[in-house]
Design a protein around this ligand. Structure first.
Ligand code: MN
Length: 234
């Protein structure tokens, strides 16, 4: 029997896949905080891996926007920041996945921008409040096409971002504090990971503000490219 709804349900969020006509349906969006030492230091919160576990926040799938879009400068911020990130795409279910098995649930990778209301984030952080308003932003999760790489664990590759042609972030994914295997093993202690879950793996140093009219261009060696145009205020 077909379910009838009071109104038309919101559309399934999805991403293009390189080399395929189908789009990849999105389930959840997880983000790793402070996963490059130089970025943790620039935020004034250095990480001691021997004493800490990774931490996470989430974004709504409704926040997802394709690479190449023009997005509104969001309300309630005066310090909207770019964070260029490697995005891991889960392709199989996984719960309490061992590090040595982590590759078995990987579908592929993409380039992502974890856009952030930095002003609100710093206030929330310092007052011990949640990060939702700082991170779960309408049009604030940008993602490129997904590049299928089933079972592949990326361990290195240049990651960089420019704003209006000026390089702002430049690092390598070999500098991840918690690598791909460690993230999957740790996050899957808390969640039954599912196909279509995205994991934004954290940003390198060089984060900074954007303003209306600016163009962002990012790339990750071996993965691809992402672009974003910042439009007028919402
Ligand atoms: Mn981030």
């Amino acid at each position: 029997m077909t379910t009838s709804y009071l109104w038309t349900p919101a559309a399934v969020r999805s991403l293009p896949i390189r080399g395929r006509a189908e789009r990849l349906p999105i389930n959840r969006i997880f983000c790793v905080g402070r996963n490059y030492h130089a970025h943790a230091v620039e935020m004034g919160k250095p990480v001691d891996k021997s004493q800490q576990r990774p931490f996470y926040f989430t974004k709504s799938p409704q926040a997802l926007v394709d690479s190449g879009a023009t997005v509104a400068y969001p309300p309630q911020t005066g310090n909207y920041h770019h964070e260029m990130e490697l995005v891991l795409v889960v392709g199989k279910p996984g719960f309490r996945v061992k590090q040595e098995d982590a590759h078995t649930i990987i579908y592929g990778y993409a380039c992502g921008l974890d856009m952030t209301r930095r002003d609100l984030q710093l206030v929330a952080r310092d007052q011990g409040k949640p990060w939702d308003l700082a991170k779960d932003i309408e049009q604030g999760a940008i993602c490129s096409e997904v590049v299928p790489m089933e079972g592949v664990v990326l361990e290195h590759g240049a990651i960089e971002l420019s704003v209006d042609g000026v390089t702002k972030q430049k690092s390598d994914i070999d500098k991840l504090i918690w690598n791909i295997r460690e993230i999957i093993a740790d996050l899957s202690q808390f969640y039954h990971l599912e196909p279509g879950d995205l994991i934004y793996t954290g940003t390198p140093d060089g984060v900074g503000p954007v303003v209306s009219g600016q163009r962002l261009e990012g790339r990750i060696e071996g993965v691809g490219e992402i672009t974003l145009q910042v439009g007028p205020a919402a």
